[in-house]
Design a protein around this ligand. Structure first.
Ligand code: NAD
Length: 514
């Protein structure tokens, strides 16, 4: 008889796909609907990754109840003990890194070295957060009155809903999960419908590391049927969402009706500014990595390159030559640089934007622009890395998030204009400048209104211990990653006053002139 792994309700037999289950209260259970969503490899759609639960409000209610039941005990577990489990989890993830990276590449297409990076980010986040178990610092403060102590401590918020996208299928759940757990919260995770397996892998390891039943629950399924009830359930205190700006606004509107804490990490339209004194080869390398890494499907993707007119032609020539050398294909092959896009709908959307770009008055489709569908490509969602040149800042391809391997090159006259163009979008996640002039770099650093800024480096490459998030349409002011900012999402401050004077002391009244 085939052995079943946790999370699998039915092991594949005779070529049937594996059926996976939700995790509720420590048990892997079938969805209430009895229905499943088929998940296929975007590089070769003949391969079914598995069948994943199509959950609904009943599954969500059961998962939230399990999380609420587990809360008192987990909250009362000393944070250093919670941290010990996270340490074990980090070690277990390290030992399975290659296997999980391969499954991720099959599940969502990113090339293997990037999938390894995704798992590594989850490992980094887990160890980093475990270290926080012996800190979780609050602070003391002088009181305005004598014989009185004032201090602040962090308290858990309660049951948290974690709703995640597909493009960083293990890293993003870990950014939310680890700080939520170290603060003493219990959670229900709803992974994106395209990448549930990587979340299952993460959570299975958490179970094995010793996370008690009910502390982490997983409900899989579509946004409307599984995500929406999770964002509105009355027992949920906090919704942490990463995904598109459109969905994020919906989630925030719903969460506001129920007085929930809501943290949003949403879309981006990031910019690299290349000045006339830039090291052009370096800028080209950064553009290739930023625009076409993860097939352009990163929230921090470099989708706009604003280039000084003096070096514009040279930059475009170098970029085109390098882009045309990129090898597109199945990310499991070691010589492939750019994998498929996530699914058919995404492919149609990206090709639609390429068409829009073609029709924009003045923009030139300079390289790429086609779906690859012959030979080895015919069973996958492959698009050529695409460059548009002479793009004007207000064109749709320069304003809207395409989320694919498409880059717009925009000429500029000087630094001031580059900054104006750079800031002239509805998003504010990441920006970067290539220059040898420290004064110009400093000016851009100050004036770019983005959550992340790079000098002589691409718009991607965030590390877990710095705040991650963006301004304007990218977020609502929260930051994940860095411990202080994550703790500010997943804990609430409690201010405590201890009066040991033995008398009634009135703040703002006693000790003040009449
Ligand atoms: P998406 O908005 O379509 O889905 C995100 C998640 O929300 C999924 O789990 C989905 O099922 C769920 N969802 C959908 N409708 C919902 C609803 N009505 N209620 C509750 N949940 C619902 O996004 P996506 O396509 O998975 O991811 C791509 C987007 O994510 C891009 O815009 C990208 O920029 C953004 N992103 C942002 C960051 C960041 O940190 N700022 C990181 C990664 C991705």
């Amino acid at each position: 008889m085939a052995t079943r792994r946790a999370g699998e309700s039915e092991k594949a037999t005779g070529g049937d796909p594996v059926k996976y289950s939700n995790l509720i209260g420590g048990r892997w259970v079938k969805p209430a609907s009895g229905e499943y969503i088929e998940n296929r490899n975007p590089a070769d759609t003949r391969e079914v990754i598995g069948l994943f639960p199509a959950s609904n409000a009943r599954d969500v209610a059961a998962a939230v109840e399990a999380a609420a039941t587990a809360l008192p005990k987990w909250k009362a577990t000393p944070a250093p003990k919670r941290a010990e489990i996270l340490y074990r989890l980090g070690q277990m993830l390290m030992s399975r890194k290659e296997e999980f990276a391969r499954e991720m590449t099959r599940e969502m297409g990113k090339v293997l070295k990037e999938a390894r990076g995704d798992v590594q980010e989850a490992i980094d986040m887990t160890f980093y957060t475990a270290g926080e178990g012996r800190r979780l610092h609050g602070y003391t403060s002088p009181s305005e009155l004598p014989n009185k102590l004032a201090m602040c401590v962090r308290q858990p918020v309660g049951v948290c809903s974690l709703i995640t996208p597909w493009n960083f299928p293990m890293a993003i759940p870990s950014w939310k999960l680890m700080p939520a757990l170290i603060c003493g919260n219990t959670v229900v995770i709803k992974p994106a419908e395209d990448t549930p397996l990587s979340t299952i892998n993460l959570v299975r390891m958490a179970e094995e590391a010793g996370i008690p039943p009910g502390v982490i629950n997983v409900v899989m399924g579509l946004g409307e049927s599984a995500g929406a009830p999770l964002a509105t359930h009355k027992e949920v205190r906090l919704v942490s969402f990463t995904g598109s700006t459109e969905t994020g606004r919906l989630v925030a509107t719903q969460a506001a009706q129920h007085d929930k804490i809501c943290s949003l990490e949403m879309g981006g339209k990031n910019v690299i500014m290349v000045l006339d004194d830039a090291n052009l080869d370096l800028a080209v390398e950064g553009t290739i990595w930023g625009a076409f890494g993860t097939t352009g499907q990163r929230c921090t993707a470099s989708s706009r390159i604003v280039v000084h007119q003096k070096v514009y032609r040279q930059f475009v020539e170098k970029l085109t030559a390098k882009t045309q050398q990129l090898r597109v294909g199945n990310g499991l092959r070691s010589n492939v640089d750019v994998g498929p896009v996530i699914n058919e709908e995404a492919m149609e959307k990206i090709l639609g934007y390429i068409d829009i770009g073609r029709r924009e008055d003045g923009a030139k489709l300079h390289s790429g622009g086609n779906r690859l569908e012959r030979g080895a490509y015919r069973h996958g969602y492959f698009i050529e890395p695409t460059i548009f040149t002479d793009v004007a800042p207000q064109m749709r391809i320069a304003q809207e998030e395409i989320f694919g391997p498409v880059v717009s090159i925009i000429p500029c006259r000087d630094l001031d204009e580059a900054i104006e163009i750079g800031n002239g979008v509805r998003y504010g996640l990441s920006s970067s400048i290539y220059t040898q002039d420290i004064n110009r770099a400093m000016k851009a650093m100050e004036q770019m209104y983005t959550g992340i800024f790079y000098v002589n480096s691409s718009t991607i490459g965030a590390e877990v211990h710095l705040p991650f998030g963006g301004t304007k349409g990218t977020g609502n002011g929260h930051r994940e990653g860095a411990m202080i900012s994550s703790l500010d999402i997943f804990s609430e401050w409690k201010s405590i006053y201890v009066d040991y004077s033995g008398t009634l002391q009135r703040a703002q009244i006693d000790n003040q002139p009449a």
